[in-house]
Design a protein around this ligand. Structure first.
Ligand code: HPA
Length: 245
């Protein structure tokens, strides 16, 4: 059976129901991952879990060591990665509490180390990234999601911004013109690094606020935290269904 790794985002720094068998603290050629990797049993199968922002939550999106995280998961035996992220909703159909399994992304980040292919290389490599998310894994997530009955979208374009600040209204308007449905800060370079390591990767996004300019007020952390507390249980249900399948 495929050994899945879950990368938990904001609101998911640990996974209830995961029985820990070991806590791995690997060093990688890129430094240490965000936290120890929990190797455990979840819903009856082997699973790896990593808290993207550390445990407790302390590493902002632009300072996550994405290379160390992906490398460490691969070393620990991961064969596929399911990422969880909290996002702002740009598309009016994707309001707070909505779940989305994105099918595409646009990268607006800058200055993040986003490849393993650097330094002394035997040859220059350009990997294909036309479809950034693994379609088979996306479909499995969607099957699990449909079984929960929670409102969701089976596709969406995830725009990844640099953070840690939230966006301006004009930036969100531009992202909307670009075709983005969602905005988050952690989708890249995670997705491309997984591809470089040949790890099938897909994500499930929980909308925790309307993006800048998409509601009458400003975005508050209190609003985001309340939506996370409310919605993360739905994500857990999806994961349980996925791993029981
Ligand atoms: N913008 C960027 N990242 C986010 C947001 C947002 O509005 N909400 C949650 N993560």
């Amino acid at each position: 059976m495929t050994v899945y790794a879950i990368i938990g985002g904001t609101g998911l720094t640990q996974l209830e129901g995961l029985t820990m068998k070991a806590l791995l603290n690997p060093e990688t050629p890129y430094g240490a991952p965000s936290a120890g990797i929990v190797q455990g049993d979840y819903a009856g199968r082997d699973l790896l879990f990593l808290a993207r922002h550390g445990h407790p939550h302390r590493i902002p999106p632009h300072q996550v060591n994405y290379r160390a995280n992906l490398w460490a998961l691969k070393q620990a035996g991961a064969q596929a990665v399911v990422a969880v992220n909290a996002v702002g909703g740009i598309n009016a159909a994707m309001g707070t509490g909505h779940l989305v399994v994105p099918h595409q992304l646009i990268d607006y980040t800058h200055g993040r180390t986003d490849t393993f292919f650097e330094g002394e290389l035997d040859h220059v490599t350009h990997i294909d990234f036309s479809h950034p998310y693994d379609e088979a894994l996306r479909q499995k997530l969607l099957t699990a999601l449909a079984a929960t009955g929670h409102a969701h979208s089976d596709h969406g374009v995830y725009g990844c911004t640099q953070g840690p600040r939230l966006e301006t209204v004009a930036e969100i308007a531009r992202m909307e013109r670009d075709g983005c449905d969602l905005v988050g800060m952690t989708g890249m370079p995670e997705a491309v690094l997984a591809r470089e390591l040949d790890l099938p990767y897909a994500c499930i996004s929980l909308v925790v606020n309307p993006a800048a300019g998409k509601s009458s007020g400003v975005i508050t952390m209190a609003e985001i935290e309340a939506a996370l507390a409310d919605g993360i249980g739905k994500v857990r249900e999806v994961l349980v269904r996925l791993f029981k399948a």
